[in-house]
Write a protein that binds this ligand. Structure first.
Ligand code: FMN
Length: 309
């Protein structure tokens, strides 16, 4: 069973991916945060930078597209193919209101007939292209019963795999994953299925693997951010010493400091990560506040040192 690192916009960018992979090897495939294909038929420079092969040399990357128009999809696929990518993922899972209310990401799941027409047109437009298409989706927008029609639609098209985060668009990340809806996908989807959602421990991972032995892959996002040692635990390498986590943290901060002309941006990036890493540091809420308040790299380093001490 393969292990994927979930795409997380603003977080799992190339610097992060390379660093994580160097310190915690074991991810088979990283999925990039979404690149927007819209009417401009132009990716932003920072989106391209993130997926440039020279910025992802050591890892296996699948770029992800966000769009709801077949011609923009076909343009995005061809564009990404020019960088040498042979698999591209379509985002039907993003629940951010500014995306979903425009009928993109999870918002595109609202009307299976519209989705069906989109796929029909989109696959027609890329016929003959030598590229595999995967889709990362939720189980519906408002009602888990939507999953049935959605699986019916997805089954009609040649996806290489279907990655399912078993929550509704309206759930955002609240509540538990709907394992009945996931079971429905697992039993009825004709494509290889990947499970994604709320895997925080090696036991969570083993449970999913034993309950769903035919999965092609498991995808993990927040679990790896909270505790990168989860990778080693899953691989049966035991607990990761706190000093190793600290060294990884320091190396990541140093990489951000050399990437950004304004070192305060590096501090901002690290603060975003602490939103997840804080779970490993219960009882240290006051130090966490100091991390959040840090306005310079020196202040940040000092607070982070206290956190790890
Ligand atoms: C901050 C953030 C950014 C995300 N960005 C993306 C994205 O760009 N594309 C995508 O398909 N999913 C995105 N997701 C969803 C994750 O890929 C994943 O499906 C979700 O976090 C559930 O998996 P997890 O419980 O293992 O984290 C994002 C989630 C978060 C919290």
């Amino acid at each position: 069973m393969k292990l994927y690192f979930a795409p997380m916009e603003g977080i799992t960018l190339s610097v992060f991916r390379n660093m994580f992979d160097a310190w915690f090897p074991g991810t088979d495939v990283y999925f990039s945060p979404f690149l927007v294909a819209n009417q401009t038929l132009h990716f932003k420079n920072k989106e391209i930078r993130d997926i440039l092969p020279e910025n992802n040399e050591r890892i296996c990357l699948v770029p992800q597209l966000l769009t709801n128009k077949a011609d923009q999809f076909a343009w995005g696929i061809r564009e990404l193919e020019t960088y040498g990518y042979s698999q591209i993922d379509l985002n039907l899972g993003c629940s951010m209101p500014q995306v979903a209310k425009r009928g993109k990401g999870a918002g595109f799941l609202a009307d299976p007939e519209v989705l069906d027409r989109f796929f029909d047109d989109a696959f027609e437009q890329i016929r003959g292209e030598n590229v595999k298409i995967s889709v990362k989706m939720r189980i519906g927008t408002k009602d888990p019963a939507e999953v049935r029609d959605l699986v019916g639609v997805v089954n009609r098209y040649p996806f290489c795999e279907v990655i399912v985060h078993p929550r509704l668009m309206t759930d955002l990340y609240s509540g538990d994953p709907d394992m009945d809806a996931f079971r429905y996908v697992y039993d009825n989807c004709v494509h290889p299925v990947c499970y994604n959602g709320d895997i925080y421990t090696a036991e969570d991972y083993s449970r999913i693997c034993s309950e769903f032995p035919r999965l092609c892959a498991v995808m993990i996002g927040r679990g790896f951010l909270r505790d990168p040692g989860l990778m080693r635990a899953i691989r049966g390498e035991g607990e990761t010493p706190p000093s190793y986590i600290r060294d990884y943290h320091d190396a990541l901060f140093a990489a951000y400091c050399s990437l950004y002309p304004d070192p305060r941006q590096a501090v901002t990036k690290m603060k975003e990560l602490w939103y997840y890493m804080r779970h490993r540091f219960e009882g240290k809420e006051r130090v966490l506040k100091d991390i959040k308040k840090a306005a310079s790299p020196a202040q940040y380093r000092e607070a982070a040192n206290r956190m790890f001490s």
